[in-house]
Design a protein around this ligand. Structure first.
Ligand SMILES: Nc1ncnc2c1ncn2[C@@H]1O[C@H](COP(=O)(O)OP(=O)(O)OP(=O)(O)O)[C@@H](O)[C@H]1O
Ligand SMILES: [Mg+2]
Length: 119
């Protein structure tokens, strides 16, 4: 399948296990299969701690699955790409900066000149 026909998001047998501060292991997501089609609007609902945010970190490339595959537009997710937006659960902005300056921060950190980032 190419990127025009493949689902927007696909998780196949995805698991994520974290090491806890006490040295143990905690599996936040276990063997998850999920397919989100192009143009589909999906809400994931569940009790606190069930792994919703962890699932999103796998899709956005912020975390790697411990097991399984995560694909966006048919391509395996490898690190943070530029095709996925992620609105964090907690504020993730610079409160001392203006809205425009916050929007410019991403391109600036990726090395864009000020004028280009502003554009
Ligand atoms: N980086 C991490 N290290 C260790 N444990 C983690 C880490 N991130 C998440 N967890 C644990 O994994 C589980 C799932 O967390 P997650 O944040 O995905 O839940 P959630 O469904 O988004 O919950 P909420 O509804 O409260 O936002 C929780 O038990 C959490 O404590
Ligand atoms: Mg969450």
């Amino acid at each position: 399948m190419n990127s025009h026909t493949s689902p927007a998001i696909e998780l196949r047998g995805a698991s994520k296990t974290f090491r806890t501060p006490s040295g143990g292991l905690h599996t936040a997501v276990r063997d998850l299969d999920l397919t989100v089609g192009r143009g589909e609007f999906v809400a994931v609902v569940g009790p606190t701690g069930c792994g919703k945010s962890t699932t999103l970190t796998l899709v956005s490339g912020l975390e790697e699955p411990t097991e399984g595959d995560v694909l966006v537009a048919g391509e395996p997710v490898r690190g943070i790409g530029d095709k996925v937006g992620f609105v964090f659960q907690q504020d993730a902005v610079f409160p001392w900066r203006t809205v425009l300056s916050n929007v410019m921060a991403g391109p600036r950190f990726r090395g864009a000149p000020k004028a280009e980032a502003r554009e």
